[in-house]
Ligand binder design. Sequence first.
Ligand SMILES: Cc1ncc(COP(=O)(O)O)c(/C=N/[C@H](C)c2ccccc2)c1O
Length: 480
Amino acid sequence: MTNIDWKKVEEWDNKYILRTFATQDEYQTVPIESTEGDYLIMPDGTRLLDLFNQLYCVNTGQKNKKINDAIKDALDRYGFVWDAYTSDYKAKAAKLIMEDILGKESWPGKIRFVSTGSEANETALFIARLYKNRPNVITREHAFHGWTRGASSLTRIKGVRSGITETNPDSEQRHIPGQQDGVVAVAPSPNCLRCPLSHTYGSCHDETGELACVTYTRRMIENQGPEQVAAMVTEITQGAGSIMPPKEYIPQIRKLTKDLDILWIVDEVLTGFGRTGKWFNYQHYGVTPDIVTMAKGLSSSTIPAGAVVVNKEIAEFMDQFRWETVSTYSGHPIAMAAVCANIEYMIEENLVEKAKETGKYFEKKLLELKDKHPTVGLVAGAGVLWIVELVKDEKNTPFIKLDRNTSHEADPSTYPINIINSKALEKGVLIGGFVPNTLRIGTSLDISKEDIDKAIDALDYALDHLDKLAAQVQEQKALV
Ligand SMILES: Cc1ncc(COP(=O)(O)O)c(/C=N/[C@H](C)c2ccccc2)c1O
Protein backbone atom coordinates (compact mmCIF):
# COMPACT_ATOMS: atom_id res chain seq x y z
CA MET A 1 0.00 0.00 0.00
CA THR A 2 1.44 3.42 -0.95
CA ASN A 3 2.48 5.45 2.05
CA ILE A 4 -0.62 7.56 2.84
CA ASP A 5 -0.34 10.65 5.05
CA TRP A 6 -3.54 10.10 7.07
CA LYS A 7 -2.97 13.39 8.92
CA LYS A 8 -3.24 15.18 5.58
CA VAL A 9 -6.30 13.08 4.69
CA GLU A 10 -8.01 14.20 7.90
CA GLU A 11 -7.04 17.82 7.31
CA TRP A 12 -8.42 17.90 3.75
CA ASP A 13 -11.54 15.94 4.82
CA ASN A 14 -12.39 18.50 7.49
CA LYS A 15 -11.42 21.53 5.44
CA TYR A 16 -13.21 20.86 2.14
CA ILE A 17 -16.07 18.35 2.38
CA LEU A 18 -19.72 19.09 3.29
CA ARG A 19 -20.97 16.63 5.92
CA THR A 20 -23.85 14.14 6.12
CA PHE A 21 -25.65 13.27 9.40
CA ALA A 22 -23.38 15.63 11.41
CA THR A 23 -22.77 19.34 11.67
CA GLN A 24 -19.17 20.36 11.01
CA ASP A 25 -18.67 20.77 14.76
CA GLU A 26 -20.06 17.30 15.53
CA TYR A 27 -18.13 15.63 12.72
CA GLN A 28 -15.16 13.33 13.31
CA THR A 29 -13.13 11.75 10.51
CA VAL A 30 -13.31 7.93 10.53
CA PRO A 31 -10.46 6.84 8.22
CA ILE A 32 -10.81 3.47 6.49
CA GLU A 33 -7.66 2.18 4.82
CA SER A 34 -9.31 -0.88 3.17
CA THR A 35 -12.21 -3.34 3.44
CA GLU A 36 -12.59 -7.12 3.30
CA GLY A 37 -15.63 -9.43 3.62
CA ASP A 38 -17.63 -8.01 6.54
CA TYR A 39 -14.73 -5.92 7.86
CA LEU A 40 -13.49 -2.36 7.63
CA ILE A 41 -9.76 -1.94 8.22
CA MET A 42 -8.43 1.29 9.72
CA PRO A 43 -4.96 2.77 9.02
CA ASP A 44 -3.61 1.40 12.33
CA GLY A 45 -4.77 -2.12 11.37
CA THR A 46 -7.89 -2.12 13.60
CA ARG A 47 -10.49 -4.46 12.03
CA LEU A 48 -14.15 -3.48 12.58
CA LEU A 49 -16.91 -6.06 12.02
CA ASP A 50 -19.53 -3.99 10.18
CA LEU A 51 -23.10 -4.89 11.22
CA PHE A 52 -24.37 -1.97 9.12
CA ASN A 53 -23.03 -3.67 5.98
CA GLN A 54 -22.28 -0.02 5.21
CA LEU A 55 -25.81 1.05 4.20
CA TYR A 56 -27.09 -2.53 3.95
CA CYS A 57 -25.63 -2.65 0.49
CA VAL A 58 -22.53 -4.90 0.27
CA ASN A 59 -24.46 -8.14 -0.21
CA THR A 60 -21.63 -10.29 -1.59
CA GLY A 61 -19.02 -8.92 0.81
CA GLN A 62 -16.36 -6.24 0.58
CA LYS A 63 -13.69 -6.54 -2.16
CA ASN A 64 -15.42 -9.56 -3.74
CA LYS A 65 -12.77 -11.13 -6.03
CA LYS A 66 -15.17 -12.12 -8.80
CA ILE A 67 -16.58 -8.60 -9.01
CA ASN A 68 -13.15 -6.94 -8.84
CA ASP A 69 -11.75 -9.25 -11.55
CA ALA A 70 -14.77 -8.53 -13.79
CA ILE A 71 -14.24 -4.78 -13.35
CA LYS A 72 -10.56 -5.12 -14.25
CA ASP A 73 -11.46 -7.11 -17.41
CA ALA A 74 -14.07 -4.50 -18.40
CA LEU A 75 -11.53 -1.70 -17.89
CA ASP A 76 -9.31 -3.42 -20.48
CA ARG A 77 -12.11 -2.88 -23.02
CA TYR A 78 -14.11 0.17 -21.94
CA GLY A 79 -13.99 3.65 -20.68
CA PHE A 80 -17.62 4.62 -21.19
CA VAL A 81 -20.55 4.43 -23.62
CA TRP A 82 -23.98 5.93 -22.81
CA ASP A 83 -27.40 4.26 -22.97
CA ALA A 84 -27.82 4.65 -26.73
CA TYR A 85 -25.03 2.10 -27.14
CA THR A 86 -25.04 -1.49 -25.93
CA SER A 87 -22.22 -3.26 -24.16
CA ASP A 88 -22.40 -7.05 -23.73
CA TYR A 89 -22.40 -6.36 -19.98
CA LYS A 90 -25.59 -4.27 -20.05
CA ALA A 91 -27.48 -6.82 -22.17
CA LYS A 92 -26.27 -9.68 -19.98
CA ALA A 93 -27.19 -7.84 -16.77
CA ALA A 94 -30.72 -7.41 -18.13
CA LYS A 95 -30.88 -11.10 -19.11
CA LEU A 96 -29.63 -12.27 -15.70
CA ILE A 97 -32.30 -10.19 -13.88
CA MET A 98 -35.22 -10.81 -16.28
CA GLU A 99 -34.52 -14.52 -16.96
CA ASP A 100 -32.22 -16.12 -14.33
CA ILE A 101 -33.75 -14.29 -11.35
CA LEU A 102 -37.31 -13.36 -12.41
CA GLY A 103 -37.83 -15.82 -15.28
CA LYS A 104 -40.33 -17.96 -13.35
CA GLU A 105 -42.64 -14.95 -12.75
CA SER A 106 -45.07 -13.80 -15.44
CA TRP A 107 -45.30 -10.09 -14.48
CA PRO A 108 -41.85 -8.63 -15.50
CA GLY A 109 -41.83 -6.74 -18.81
CA LYS A 110 -38.64 -4.67 -19.22
CA ILE A 111 -35.84 -3.05 -17.22
CA ARG A 112 -34.19 0.37 -17.19
CA PHE A 113 -30.82 0.88 -15.55
CA VAL A 114 -29.93 3.99 -13.55
CA SER A 115 -27.20 4.75 -11.01
CA THR A 116 -28.84 5.00 -7.57
CA GLY A 117 -31.91 3.94 -5.59
CA SER A 118 -33.27 7.48 -5.51
CA GLU A 119 -32.99 7.62 -9.29
CA ALA A 120 -34.75 4.26 -9.57
CA ASN A 121 -37.64 5.62 -7.48
CA GLU A 122 -37.73 8.86 -9.52
CA THR A 123 -37.99 6.72 -12.65
CA ALA A 124 -40.76 4.57 -11.14
CA LEU A 125 -42.77 7.70 -10.16
CA PHE A 126 -42.26 9.16 -13.65
CA ILE A 127 -43.52 5.98 -15.34
CA ALA A 128 -46.45 5.42 -12.93
CA ARG A 129 -47.80 8.98 -13.31
CA LEU A 130 -47.35 8.83 -17.10
CA TYR A 131 -48.93 5.39 -17.46
CA LYS A 132 -51.94 6.12 -15.19
CA ASN A 133 -52.06 9.82 -16.18
CA ARG A 134 -52.70 10.67 -12.53
CA PRO A 135 -50.70 12.97 -10.14
CA ASN A 136 -51.11 11.44 -6.67
CA VAL A 137 -49.04 8.75 -5.00
CA ILE A 138 -49.40 7.08 -1.61
CA THR A 139 -46.47 6.64 0.74
CA ARG A 140 -46.32 5.55 4.40
CA GLU A 141 -45.17 6.78 7.75
CA HIS A 142 -41.47 6.15 8.44
CA ALA A 143 -40.81 5.48 4.72
CA PHE A 144 -37.37 6.04 3.21
CA HIS A 145 -37.15 6.12 -0.57
CA GLY A 146 -34.22 8.45 -1.24
CA TRP A 147 -33.18 12.07 -1.23
CA THR A 148 -33.98 13.43 -4.70
CA ARG A 149 -37.14 15.54 -5.15
CA GLY A 150 -39.68 12.84 -5.99
CA ALA A 151 -38.08 10.18 -3.81
CA SER A 152 -37.83 12.56 -0.84
CA SER A 153 -41.51 13.49 -1.25
CA LEU A 154 -42.15 9.82 -0.42
CA THR A 155 -39.71 9.79 2.50
CA ARG A 156 -41.44 10.34 5.83
CA ILE A 157 -38.84 9.88 8.57
CA LYS A 158 -39.15 13.24 10.32
CA GLY A 159 -35.52 14.38 10.39
CA VAL A 160 -34.86 13.09 6.90
CA ARG A 161 -37.82 14.45 4.98
CA SER A 162 -36.83 18.02 5.69
CA GLY A 163 -33.28 17.17 4.79
CA ILE A 164 -31.47 18.98 7.60
CA THR A 165 -31.46 18.94 11.41
CA GLU A 166 -29.50 20.99 13.96
CA THR A 167 -27.48 20.20 17.08
CA ASN A 168 -29.82 22.12 19.38
CA PRO A 169 -32.71 19.66 20.18
CA ASP A 170 -35.02 22.64 20.68
CA SER A 171 -34.30 23.99 17.20
CA GLU A 172 -37.24 24.49 14.88
CA GLN A 173 -37.63 21.72 12.28
CA ARG A 174 -36.58 23.35 9.00
CA HIS A 175 -38.25 22.37 5.73
CA ILE A 176 -36.73 22.94 2.33
CA PRO A 177 -39.31 25.01 0.41
CA GLY A 178 -40.86 23.02 -2.42
CA GLN A 179 -38.92 19.85 -1.64
CA GLN A 180 -42.10 18.08 -0.58
CA ASP A 181 -43.91 18.74 -3.86
CA GLY A 182 -45.35 15.76 -5.63
CA VAL A 183 -48.82 15.12 -4.28
CA VAL A 184 -48.55 12.33 -1.76
CA ALA A 185 -50.78 11.03 0.99
CA VAL A 186 -49.29 9.18 3.98
CA ALA A 187 -50.72 5.83 5.02
CA PRO A 188 -50.16 4.37 8.51
CA SER A 189 -47.14 2.11 8.87
CA PRO A 190 -47.69 -1.51 10.06
CA ASN A 191 -45.63 -0.88 13.20
CA CYS A 192 -47.55 -3.28 15.46
CA LEU A 193 -45.34 -2.68 18.52
CA ARG A 194 -46.35 1.00 18.42
CA CYS A 195 -49.56 0.83 16.37
CA PRO A 196 -50.31 4.30 14.95
CA LEU A 197 -54.02 3.50 15.27
CA SER A 198 -53.66 2.31 18.90
CA HIS A 199 -54.68 -1.24 18.05
CA THR A 200 -53.14 -4.47 19.29
CA TYR A 201 -52.02 -6.97 16.70
CA GLY A 202 -54.26 -10.02 16.84
CA SER A 203 -57.40 -8.05 17.65
CA CYS A 204 -57.20 -5.36 14.95
CA HIS A 205 -58.71 -7.37 12.09
CA ASP A 206 -62.24 -6.58 10.86
CA GLU A 207 -64.79 -9.29 10.06
CA THR A 208 -63.09 -9.86 6.69
CA GLY A 209 -59.72 -10.31 8.39
CA GLU A 210 -58.43 -6.97 7.00
CA LEU A 211 -55.93 -5.25 9.31
CA ALA A 212 -57.03 -1.88 10.71
CA CYS A 213 -54.03 -0.11 9.11
CA VAL A 214 -55.01 -1.54 5.71
CA THR A 215 -58.66 -0.49 6.17
CA TYR A 216 -57.45 3.01 7.13
CA THR A 217 -55.26 3.11 4.01
CA ARG A 218 -58.18 1.99 1.86
CA ARG A 219 -60.42 4.73 3.27
CA MET A 220 -57.65 7.31 2.83
CA ILE A 221 -57.23 6.47 -0.85
CA GLU A 222 -61.00 6.44 -1.37
CA ASN A 223 -61.06 9.95 0.12
CA GLN A 224 -58.16 11.00 -2.15
CA GLY A 225 -60.17 9.67 -5.08
CA PRO A 226 -58.49 6.54 -6.49
CA GLU A 227 -58.97 8.01 -9.96
CA GLN A 228 -56.42 10.66 -8.90
CA VAL A 229 -53.90 8.14 -7.52
CA ALA A 230 -51.21 6.67 -9.79
CA ALA A 231 -49.53 4.33 -7.32
CA MET A 232 -48.76 3.26 -3.77
CA VAL A 233 -45.04 2.97 -3.00
CA THR A 234 -43.89 0.54 -0.30
CA GLU A 235 -40.76 -1.00 1.10
CA ILE A 236 -41.85 -4.51 2.10
CA THR A 237 -39.71 -4.31 5.25
CA GLN A 238 -39.04 -0.66 6.04
CA GLY A 239 -35.29 -0.24 6.02
CA ALA A 240 -34.27 3.07 7.54
CA GLY A 241 -37.63 3.16 9.35
CA SER A 242 -36.86 -0.34 10.71
CA ILE A 243 -40.31 -1.92 10.60
CA MET A 244 -41.19 -5.53 9.73
CA PRO A 245 -44.90 -5.88 8.80
CA PRO A 246 -47.20 -8.64 10.09
CA LYS A 247 -47.52 -11.50 7.60
CA GLU A 248 -51.03 -10.46 6.40
CA TYR A 249 -50.12 -6.84 5.64
CA ILE A 250 -48.39 -7.10 2.26
CA PRO A 251 -50.94 -9.46 0.62
CA GLN A 252 -53.73 -7.15 1.88
CA ILE A 253 -51.98 -4.05 0.51
CA ARG A 254 -51.55 -5.81 -2.84
CA LYS A 255 -55.29 -6.66 -2.87
CA LEU A 256 -56.15 -3.06 -1.95
CA THR A 257 -54.09 -1.66 -4.87
CA LYS A 258 -55.82 -4.04 -7.27
CA ASP A 259 -59.28 -3.30 -5.82
CA LEU A 260 -58.68 0.46 -6.30
CA ASP A 261 -56.90 0.10 -9.68
CA ILE A 262 -53.67 1.82 -8.62
CA LEU A 263 -50.15 0.60 -9.37
CA TRP A 264 -48.04 -1.02 -6.65
CA ILE A 265 -44.41 0.11 -6.69
CA VAL A 266 -42.20 -2.05 -4.48
CA ASP A 267 -38.96 -0.46 -3.39
CA GLU A 268 -36.44 -3.31 -3.08
CA VAL A 269 -33.40 -1.01 -3.02
CA LEU A 270 -32.38 -2.16 0.46
CA THR A 271 -34.11 -5.56 0.69
CA GLY A 272 -33.36 -6.90 -2.80
CA PHE A 273 -30.73 -9.40 -3.98
CA GLY A 274 -31.05 -12.01 -1.29
CA ARG A 275 -30.91 -9.84 1.84
CA THR A 276 -34.07 -11.37 3.38
CA GLY A 277 -33.45 -14.94 2.16
CA LYS A 278 -35.28 -14.50 -1.17
CA TRP A 279 -34.03 -12.74 -4.30
CA PHE A 280 -36.67 -10.09 -3.56
CA ASN A 281 -38.58 -9.48 -0.33
CA TYR A 282 -42.02 -9.43 -1.99
CA GLN A 283 -41.47 -13.11 -2.91
CA HIS A 284 -42.03 -14.09 0.75
CA TYR A 285 -45.69 -13.05 0.42
CA GLY A 286 -46.96 -14.75 -2.74
CA VAL A 287 -47.68 -11.43 -4.48
CA THR A 288 -46.35 -9.73 -7.61
CA PRO A 289 -45.71 -6.00 -8.06
CA ASP A 290 -46.31 -3.71 -11.03
CA ILE A 291 -42.94 -1.99 -10.69
CA VAL A 292 -39.83 -2.92 -8.65
CA THR A 293 -36.96 -0.55 -7.93
CA MET A 294 -33.52 -1.80 -6.99
CA ALA A 295 -29.93 -0.62 -6.29
CA LYS A 296 -27.44 -1.34 -3.42
CA GLY A 297 -27.24 -5.19 -3.62
CA LEU A 298 -27.68 -5.03 -7.43
CA SER A 299 -23.90 -4.51 -7.69
CA SER A 300 -23.11 -4.99 -3.99
CA SER A 301 -22.15 -1.30 -4.22
CA THR A 302 -18.71 -1.99 -5.71
CA ILE A 303 -19.79 0.45 -8.42
CA PRO A 304 -23.09 2.44 -8.17
CA ALA A 305 -25.99 0.89 -10.09
CA GLY A 306 -29.77 0.97 -9.87
CA ALA A 307 -32.64 -0.37 -11.96
CA VAL A 308 -36.40 -0.35 -12.42
CA VAL A 309 -38.34 -3.40 -13.65
CA VAL A 310 -41.84 -2.69 -14.99
CA ASN A 311 -44.64 -5.14 -15.76
CA LYS A 312 -45.48 -6.29 -19.27
CA GLU A 313 -48.36 -3.84 -19.77
CA ILE A 314 -46.26 -0.84 -18.74
CA ALA A 315 -43.35 -2.02 -20.91
CA GLU A 316 -45.66 -2.24 -23.91
CA PHE A 317 -46.95 1.29 -23.17
CA MET A 318 -43.44 2.74 -22.78
CA ASP A 319 -42.23 1.06 -25.98
CA GLN A 320 -44.54 3.36 -27.98
CA PHE A 321 -42.63 6.46 -26.88
CA ARG A 322 -39.23 8.04 -27.31
CA TRP A 323 -38.14 8.46 -23.69
CA GLU A 324 -36.82 12.06 -23.95
CA THR A 325 -34.75 11.93 -20.77
CA VAL A 326 -31.48 10.15 -20.11
CA SER A 327 -29.19 9.77 -17.12
CA THR A 328 -25.61 9.96 -18.35
CA TYR A 329 -24.31 6.89 -16.58
CA SER A 330 -27.34 4.58 -17.09
CA GLY A 331 -26.05 1.15 -18.05
CA HIS A 332 -22.40 2.21 -17.58
CA PRO A 333 -20.40 -0.76 -19.00
CA ILE A 334 -18.09 -1.04 -15.99
CA ALA A 335 -21.03 -0.88 -13.55
CA MET A 336 -22.86 -3.48 -15.63
CA ALA A 337 -19.80 -5.73 -15.51
CA ALA A 338 -19.97 -5.49 -11.71
CA VAL A 339 -23.72 -6.27 -11.77
CA CYS A 340 -23.16 -9.39 -13.92
CA ALA A 341 -20.34 -10.68 -11.71
CA ASN A 342 -22.34 -9.93 -8.55
CA ILE A 343 -25.40 -11.88 -9.73
CA GLU A 344 -23.34 -14.76 -11.15
CA TYR A 345 -21.45 -15.03 -7.84
CA MET A 346 -24.75 -15.12 -5.92
CA ILE A 347 -26.03 -17.90 -8.21
CA GLU A 348 -22.80 -19.95 -8.18
CA GLU A 349 -22.48 -19.72 -4.37
CA ASN A 350 -26.24 -20.23 -3.80
CA LEU A 351 -26.07 -17.15 -1.57
CA VAL A 352 -29.82 -16.50 -1.38
CA GLU A 353 -30.37 -19.94 0.21
CA LYS A 354 -27.35 -19.34 2.46
CA ALA A 355 -28.85 -16.03 3.64
CA LYS A 356 -32.11 -17.84 4.41
CA GLU A 357 -30.26 -20.40 6.57
CA THR A 358 -28.13 -17.67 8.18
CA GLY A 359 -31.38 -15.91 9.09
CA LYS A 360 -32.45 -18.89 11.18
CA TYR A 361 -29.17 -18.70 13.13
CA PHE A 362 -29.49 -14.92 13.59
CA GLU A 363 -33.05 -15.37 14.86
CA LYS A 364 -31.99 -18.05 17.38
CA LYS A 365 -29.13 -15.93 18.75
CA LEU A 366 -31.13 -12.67 18.86
CA LEU A 367 -34.07 -14.34 20.63
CA GLU A 368 -31.62 -15.67 23.25
CA LEU A 369 -30.59 -12.04 23.83
CA LYS A 370 -34.26 -11.01 24.06
CA ASP A 371 -34.82 -13.64 26.76
CA LYS A 372 -31.80 -12.37 28.70
CA HIS A 373 -32.10 -8.58 28.36
CA PRO A 374 -35.15 -6.57 29.55
CA THR A 375 -34.19 -3.74 27.17
CA VAL A 376 -34.92 -5.90 24.12
CA GLY A 377 -38.62 -5.46 23.33
CA LEU A 378 -38.79 -7.04 19.88
CA VAL A 379 -36.67 -9.04 17.44
CA ALA A 380 -37.89 -9.25 13.83
CA GLY A 381 -36.36 -9.90 10.45
CA ALA A 382 -35.22 -12.51 7.97
CA GLY A 383 -32.03 -13.52 6.22
CA VAL A 384 -29.35 -10.95 7.02
CA LEU A 385 -31.66 -8.04 7.85
CA TRP A 386 -32.80 -7.77 11.48
CA ILE A 387 -34.52 -5.27 13.76
CA VAL A 388 -33.95 -5.14 17.54
CA GLU A 389 -36.37 -2.79 19.28
CA LEU A 390 -34.81 -1.25 22.42
CA VAL A 391 -37.24 -0.46 25.26
CA LYS A 392 -36.88 0.91 28.76
CA ASP A 393 -39.50 -1.19 30.54
CA GLU A 394 -41.81 -4.20 30.26
CA LYS A 395 -44.45 -1.95 28.66
CA ASN A 396 -42.08 -1.54 25.66
CA THR A 397 -41.80 2.19 26.33
CA PRO A 398 -39.25 3.74 23.94
CA PHE A 399 -36.20 5.45 25.46
CA ILE A 400 -36.63 8.39 23.07
CA LYS A 401 -40.26 9.49 23.06
CA LEU A 402 -40.28 10.82 19.50
CA ASP A 403 -39.69 7.36 18.13
CA ARG A 404 -38.65 6.78 14.45
CA ASN A 405 -37.55 10.35 14.09
CA THR A 406 -34.02 11.48 13.39
CA SER A 407 -34.65 15.18 13.90
CA HIS A 408 -32.56 15.13 17.05
CA GLU A 409 -35.40 16.20 19.34
CA ALA A 410 -33.11 14.86 22.05
CA ASP A 411 -29.36 14.75 22.53
CA PRO A 412 -28.16 11.97 20.17
CA SER A 413 -25.74 10.71 22.83
CA THR A 414 -28.85 9.63 24.82
CA TYR A 415 -30.16 7.56 21.92
CA PRO A 416 -30.05 3.85 22.86
CA ILE A 417 -28.69 3.00 19.42
CA ASN A 418 -25.70 5.25 20.08
CA ILE A 419 -25.17 3.85 23.58
CA ILE A 420 -25.13 0.33 22.13
CA ASN A 421 -22.87 1.50 19.29
CA SER A 422 -20.20 2.92 21.59
CA LYS A 423 -20.16 -0.16 23.89
CA ALA A 424 -20.05 -2.66 21.01
CA LEU A 425 -17.18 -0.69 19.45
CA GLU A 426 -15.10 -1.65 22.53
CA LYS A 427 -15.33 -5.21 21.13
CA GLY A 428 -14.48 -4.15 17.55
CA VAL A 429 -18.05 -4.46 16.33
CA LEU A 430 -19.93 -1.68 14.50
CA ILE A 431 -23.64 -1.97 15.31
CA GLY A 432 -26.40 0.63 15.55
CA GLY A 433 -29.40 1.99 13.77
CA PHE A 434 -30.89 4.96 11.99
CA VAL A 435 -33.95 5.81 14.11
CA PRO A 436 -33.24 6.37 17.84
CA ASN A 437 -34.74 3.28 19.53
CA THR A 438 -34.18 0.55 16.98
CA LEU A 439 -31.04 -1.41 16.08
CA ARG A 440 -30.87 -2.25 12.40
CA ILE A 441 -28.58 -5.25 11.76
CA GLY A 442 -27.32 -6.11 8.30
CA THR A 443 -24.37 -8.17 7.04
CA SER A 444 -23.12 -9.72 3.83
CA LEU A 445 -25.05 -12.80 2.66
CA ASP A 446 -21.81 -14.72 3.18
CA ILE A 447 -21.12 -13.86 6.84
CA SER A 448 -19.57 -16.69 8.86
CA LYS A 449 -21.11 -18.18 12.01
CA GLU A 450 -17.94 -17.16 13.87
CA ASP A 451 -18.52 -13.52 12.93
CA ILE A 452 -22.20 -13.76 13.90
CA ASP A 453 -21.13 -15.14 17.29
CA LYS A 454 -18.62 -12.28 17.64
CA ALA A 455 -21.39 -9.76 16.84
CA ILE A 456 -23.84 -11.37 19.27
CA ASP A 457 -21.19 -11.36 22.02
CA ALA A 458 -20.56 -7.65 21.48
CA LEU A 459 -24.31 -6.91 21.44
CA ASP A 460 -24.76 -8.94 24.65
CA TYR A 461 -22.00 -6.87 26.30
CA ALA A 462 -23.58 -3.61 25.14
CA LEU A 463 -27.08 -4.66 26.23
CA ASP A 464 -25.76 -5.45 29.74
CA HIS A 465 -24.76 -1.78 29.91
CA LEU A 466 -28.11 -0.56 28.55
CA ASP A 467 -30.00 -2.78 31.02
CA LYS A 468 -28.11 -1.14 33.90
CA LEU A 469 -28.89 2.37 32.59
CA ALA A 470 -32.58 1.51 32.21
CA ALA A 471 -32.69 0.08 35.74
CA GLN A 472 -31.08 3.25 37.11
CA VAL A 473 -33.70 5.40 35.35
CA GLN A 474 -36.44 3.22 36.82
CA GLU A 475 -34.94 3.45 40.33
CA GLN A 476 -34.67 7.26 40.07
CA LYS A 477 -38.30 7.42 38.92
CA ALA A 478 -39.33 5.23 41.86
CA LEU A 479 -37.56 7.64 44.26
CA VAL A 480 -39.45 10.65 42.92
C1 LIG B 1 -35.52 1.56 0.64
C2 LIG B 1 -34.61 2.60 0.02
N1 LIG B 1 -34.93 3.15 -1.18
C3 LIG B 1 -34.14 4.08 -1.77
C4 LIG B 1 -32.99 4.51 -1.17
C5 LIG B 1 -32.13 5.56 -1.89
O1 LIG B 1 -31.07 4.92 -2.56
P1 LIG B 1 -29.78 5.79 -2.92
O2 LIG B 1 -29.13 6.19 -1.60
O3 LIG B 1 -30.25 6.97 -3.70
O4 LIG B 1 -28.94 4.85 -3.74
C6 LIG B 1 -32.58 3.95 0.05
C7 LIG B 1 -31.34 4.43 0.71
N2 LIG B 1 -31.09 4.09 1.92
C8 LIG B 1 -30.34 4.92 2.80
C9 LIG B 1 -28.96 5.25 2.33
C10 LIG B 1 -30.38 4.45 4.21
C11 LIG B 1 -30.53 3.10 4.49
C12 LIG B 1 -30.57 2.68 5.84
C13 LIG B 1 -30.44 3.62 6.85
C14 LIG B 1 -30.30 4.98 6.53
C15 LIG B 1 -30.26 5.39 5.20
C16 LIG B 1 -33.42 2.99 0.66
O5 LIG B 1 -33.09 2.44 1.87
